[in-house]
Design a protein around this ligand. Structure first.
Ligand SMILES: Nc1ncnc2c1ncn2[C@@H]1O[C@H](COP(=O)(O)OP(=O)(O)OP(=O)(O)O)[C@@H](O)[C@H]1O
Length: 326
């Protein structure tokens, strides 16, 4: 697979409300696409349509230019899918479960054993190979479910909220595994309503709200388009904190937060403390930021730096929320 494209995909379950509307998405080989949206936004529906488990009412999914629905039986062999209610058979062992799926995909005993051992290692489950699924923790079961999606070396991996139930270490491990899988040329779509999980890990992002795609593109491009990166700045003050606040307050809505200069230090009190970190949103040109810095320095405020904060997807998301409200 080189490219999977959704072309104007629409779907409604009840004929009244659109679960997804005019969806245009593109997934490329080796790319991790984050599908982000609140509950009920249409993420699972999108993934099910991409997996050819749901026929869209209108529009098509093209798999290297060919209609995926028409070719669905062949295409399903190339897809790894983790749905939101993936069944695990509690009486099976971890190794038995993976072997069962490897055999379903037609692997002979030797190939199946090799692949199962490899996946148990990768997902840190080797010591649980012979444990019954019913005796495994939620996180282990989730790792096993994800391992199952890779048994047949898919070309497109579709994961619906895969980090659900994983602790922070397991989440990091999952990100590392998925980056390796992507590096082998697999296209990955991963849905979540928790943005922090996906920031800094995916190549492209699609934000979906009420069935409609709000943003789609490479992460950096999306962040730049929303200009959130350019707006948020941090001013590190070592002397003259109260004066700095007074000056910045003259510019309405500028100050977002006052924080300690270093993590772990107490919250500064501008009446007593000289040092602090101010988070400010500077709209407009770079010259405006330079001008503010000059104003601070001329007022004898000692500033270590006034610098842009690299924005993350969280900012894009909340900026979208603001756009919608206003
Ligand atoms: N099987 C179904 N029958 C009827 N309506 C459905 C069905 N599945 C989803 N919907 C509706 O379609 C809309 C989109 O749901 P979907 O599950 O795709 O969203 P989601 O973004 O995955 O949400 P969540 O994060 O809560 O899983 C919702 O309004 C939901 O109620």
């Amino acid at each position: 697979m080189q490219r999977v494209v959704c072309v104007d995909v629409n779907h409604s379950y009840d004929g009244v409300r659109d679960a997804v509307r005019d969806l245009r998405l593109e997934i490329r080989a080796g790319e991790v696409l984050a599908l982000i949206g609140p509950n009920g936004a249409g993420k699972s529906t999108t993934l099910r349509i991409l997996a050819t488990l749901q026929k869209p009412d209108r529009g098509t999914v093209l798999w290297d230019g060919r209609d995926a629905w028409d070719d669905r039986y062949a295409i399903r062999q190339k897809i790894g899918f983790l749905g939101d209610g993936t069944a695990l058979y509690p009486g099976m062992t971890a190794a038995g479960y993976l072997t069962f799926f490897a055999e379903c995909y037609g692997q002979d005993d030797k190939a199946a054993k090799g692949r199962v051992d490899e996946l148990l290692q990768v997902f840190d489950l080797a010591s649980k190979a012979n444990a019954r699924i019913s005796d495994m923790s939620k996180g282990m079961r989730q790792r096993l479910a994800i391992a199952r999606t890779l048994v047949h070396r898919p070309e497109l991996l579709l994961l619906d909220e895969p980090a659900d139930g994983l602790d922070p270490l397991a989440r990091r491990q999952l990100r590392e595994v998925l980056r390796q899988v992507a590096a082998e040329g697999v296209g990955i779509v991963i849905s979540s309503h928790i943005l922090r999980e996906l920031d800094g890990f995916c190549d492209a992002v699609a934000v979906i709200q009420q069935g409609k795609l709000e943003v789609h593109g490479p992460v950096d491009e999306v962040i730049n388009r929303y200009e959130v990166g350019r707006r948020l700045h941090e001013v590190q003050v070592t002397r003259g904190l109260a004066r700095a606040i007074e000056i910045l307050r003259k510019h309405e809505g500028l100050i977002e937060a006052l924080l300690p200069l270093h993590k772990g230090e107490p919250q500064p009190d501008p009446e007593k403390d000289e040092r602090g970190l101010l988070r400010v949103r500077i709209h407009g040109s770079e010259e405006r930021a330079a001008h503010l810095l000059k104003e601070l320095v001329l007022a004898d405020v000692e500033v270590i730096s006034l610098a842009k904060v690299r924005s993350d997807l969280e900012d894009v998301y909340s900026s979208l929320g603001r756009d919608k409200v206003s």
